[in-house]
Design a protein around this ligand. Structure first.
Ligand SMILES: [Zn+2]
Length: 334
């Protein structure tokens, strides 16, 4: 390893063209030190997830002063259209078929706008030795880092990132994804589209260790979450020996395995969470999580119960639920 002072460059990367003729470009920051591995970090695939870009600004301040063995490439705002629109998804006017950027990786040069955008960004990840995708969940999601079970490189990155909780998911080709929150949270949640096209699944297929960090609190710059994001990325760089020193992770993380702990409402109505229930709580299978009421007749429509025993890692924030929407998710401690 050769640690050398960083040379920072920022270049505009062209991702596509809008109907008006204006170009979609994103700044790509490169921090180049001595010989060593390359780590790619991106944020704001979803337009309301602001703690990632805020963490990368602080990372910038640290890296320009640092000695590095290797290269760090960052894209603070991977999805400028959703960011400008202050929306989780990309506005349908730009891509009605693929509104969620995190479902189209590794993209398609001849595809829809979103697929083209991903295809232009993808070489940054494909040329890296490790990748971090910064997201934020709702306020009612446990801060955690996701990795694919059985991938030791990704697990080491996730452990180094140190959010206290790791979430191992097994089958990245399944049709189930709840990254960022329960599906029922209208603004902040993911829908039930295929998980196959997530950034992390695409990286995994290429053999690139990758993790998804779910920081706290969408829609706001939360200083604690930003600090977690900054320290997390610095620790990933230490783990990969781009920065001197060992990751500063203090305690052993709690590792959760994502199973069949998704809880959907079977009735529509107004969902009231059980008093005192919060993310991080351990619940038993069948334990009551909340109640769905008819808001106009006051009739009790459904008692919502945990599908499995485990730790509650996300809860619905939006209280209006439509039958079939996810209102909570639990995962088993490993
Ligand atoms: Zn996200």
């Amino acid at each position: 390893m050769e640690y050398e002072s960083v040379t920072h460059t920022v270049t505009d990367r062209r991702l596509g063209r809008l109907p008006s003729g204006s170009e979609i470009t994103v700044p790509v920051h490169r921090y180049v030190g001595g010989a060593g591995p390359t780590v790619y970090v991106q944020a704001a695939q979803h337009g309301i997830e602001l703690n990632g870009p805020a963490a990368l600004r602080r990372l910038h301040e640290r890296l320009v002063e640092a000695e590095l063995a290797g290269t760090v490439a960052t894209v603070p705002v991977a999805n400028p259209r959703a960011f400008d629109n202050r929306s989780y998804l990309t506005p349908a006017e730009f891509d009605a078929r693929n509104p969620n950027l995190n479902r189209v990786w590794p993209g398609d040069e001849d595809g829809t706008l979103q697929e083209r955008l991903a295809a232009r960004l993808w070489p940054l990840a494909a040329g890296a030795d490790a990748a971090v995708d910064l997201h934020t969940g709702t306020a009612d999601m446990l801060e955690h880092v996701r990795f694919r079970e059985g991938e030791t490189g990704a697990r080491r990155l996730a452990t180094a990132f140190d959010t206290g909780y790791l979430l191992a998911d097994g089958d990245l080709d399944s049709d189930d994804s709840d990254e960022d929150g329960p599906a029922g949270t209208a603004a902040d949640g993911d829908d039930e589209e295929t998980f196959r096209g997530t950034f992390r699944a695409a990286a995994s297929r290429e053999g690139i260790p990758a993790v998804t960090a779910e920081l706290s609190n969408s829609r706001t710059v939360d200083r604690a979450a930003v600090g977690t994001g900054l320290e997390g990325v610095l620790n990933v760089l230490r783990e990969r020996d781009l920065l001197r020193g060992e990751p500063t992770a203090t305690a052993e993380p709690t590792v959760l395995r994502k199973g069949d702990g998704s809880v959907e409402a079977t009735e529509s109505g107004l969902f009231e969470l059980r008093s005192g229930l919060a993310v991080g709580d351990t619940v038993e299978a069948g334990e009551r999580l909340g109640t769905v009421y008819d808001p106009a007749t006051f009739e009790r429509r459904e008692t919502v119960s945990a599908a499995e025993s485990g730790v509650v890692y996300s809860l619905a924030r939006e209280a209006v639920v439509v039958a079939g929407e996810r209102v909570a998710a639990t995962a088993e401690p490993v």
